[in-house]
Design a protein around this ligand. Sequence first.
Ligand code: FUL
Ligand code: CA
Length: 675
Amino acid sequence: MKKVILLALLLAGGKAWAQPEIKPVGALPSNAQVKWQQLEYYMFIHFGPNTFTDKEWGHGDEDPKVFNPTELDARQWARTAKLAGMKGIIITAKHHDGFCLWPSEYSKHTVRESAWKNGKGDVLAELSAACREYGLLFGVYLSPWDRNHPAYGTPEYNQVFANQLKEVHTKYGDVFEQWFDGANGEGPNGKKQVYDWNLFESTVTNIHPNVIFFSDAGPGCRWIGNESGYAGVTNWSTLNRADFKPGMGGITETLNKGQEDGTHWVPGEADVSIRPGWFYSETTDNQVKSLAHLLDIYYGSVGRNANLLLNIPVDRRGRIHENDSMRLMELRRTLDVDFKENLARKARVAATNTRQNSSVTSAVYLTDGNYNTYWATAEGKNTGDITLSYANPVTFNRISIQEFIPLGQRVRSFSVSVLQGKEWKEIARETTVGYKRILRLPLTTAKSIRVSILDAKASPVISEVSLFRAPELISDPEIRRDKAGMVTIKTASPDPVIHYTTDGSAPTTASPKYEKPFALPGSGSVSAIAFVENGKRSSDVIDAIFGISPINWKVLTPGAENAIDATPRAWTTKENAYPAELVVDLGREETVKGVGYQPNTHGGIVYKYALYLSADGKEWGKPVAEGAFANVLNNPIEQSIKLSSSVTCRYIKFVALAPANAQDTRVSVAELKVF
Ligand code: FUL
Ligand code: CA
């Protein structure tokens, strides 16, 4: 970086921009974007009335008094983030319910109206102070969609929202990222808002010129196109920005990969929650993502040229729950061990096509541990091989490659090979690199390892190549139940010993040992853990919750068998299917407490529904439940419909009333479950 600037200064003396040593290529990041990219990993916090009402999307009509954390401790959040190795915290200052975590002058739905601290509290003040204390960056999420504000849906609301942005950006010190949610629904008067993005952005940049704006389409960074934490295996940091608007829909594929020759630098940020939902719920205390899952997410985001924004929902006490923080610490410890020793530092490094007579590029800079020094090929040479050689063979299973992004993202494809005898054997072939690409490879032993840049937009400029040997992880047990109600537990790794429970307690070595499939025909849960080395090391505890087994059920809707077959296969209708009914005969009377809808992640996702129960399949009466599945399109996890009291019945009718995506008018059910 320094060298580039220096060079620019030398060349700027009156003349037009002369040829710098390495010509930048395509859209380039701003300094703030380069710094932002180097953060890699930071915390998201969803917190608000939804925490207390057990909702994902509040309606804005909730009593603000429900917001009443008993022992809120923002320092505990910051401490947890710091120990987890995160660089900052972004909090939902205002979610779709409109509730403000600070006493906004422009709303009557805020902490001031809540029961917490007799209305004298300010979550943003406490969190921003805690972030400063722990050396973390502070960021804010503000939902433009406001289901409470009376002006929503009118032009005045844009000014209200701008005023709120102004409050948040002036009162709490520096803000590194401003998160704009893409969801744009109806306000209290049934109207949707036409947002004035220019006003929103200029309001913020006037105060914080270096802030990174997150939205579906940037401009600072872009949504990665899903809420599961994965960037595309091909991931360009550039995008044709003018073609995208926040919340426009139908662009998730493109956002996942970026656009190779995009006009602007709009790098990806992968957001995901450590639990199934974004807000805390007691019901998900045992569904915190497993270590293996979180590692997979890490490698699928930071390892694919995206930043990872991991949500840790604060609970009703106002604290990060023990289960979440324990998992975060496991993740940190594992990553620390995975990347403990960079084996490339010990290698002899050579490269082909190296730029000659260059003061700034050399193969030795590939392994000097400094991002700002690099190797580059000669101008016009868009390929090159980097070889790491050792006197004694090394064993590794991770390789990390970094491009020097201030000069643009260049690499289109690369491969990794190892020398076996006299032959080079290719062990990986991939596409983009970007700021950082990490590959997980099978354990490989070799004396020479070669990274070949096979294609690039211009001469590749590579900052670092690193090799690591990560310890083998014990894979988590997978719990499955077939249609007949037989439960099978397996692990991917060969011979761990599995123990399980069916009473909700945590399994230990003293719990029953899994030896063969067992029957669980009714509603219930199974928890399992895998042990190796005589119980010394274990996997995470994995829980599975099952409804009544569908063995004796019959589907009365023609062709809908896949909706109750206990497999991920789905029943999907043709287009224009709404409203559509799914009728099931449970085969006998059951006491029903609730129904689960497992959406089909490939489409046909239902948003509005009604549920009917009947004793004879003829008289249905009024629906026992009606509503909408909040946030189901972006986060298609199992949705539960809880009945206010249990009902004895034999027939169930699930009616899909409206789609989650207006362009997709099919109805699809991966599984209908009865509890
Ligand atoms: C989405 C919202 O609708 C969810 O509730 C959540 O805040 C997620 C991060 O963004 O668009
Ligand atoms: Ca370097």
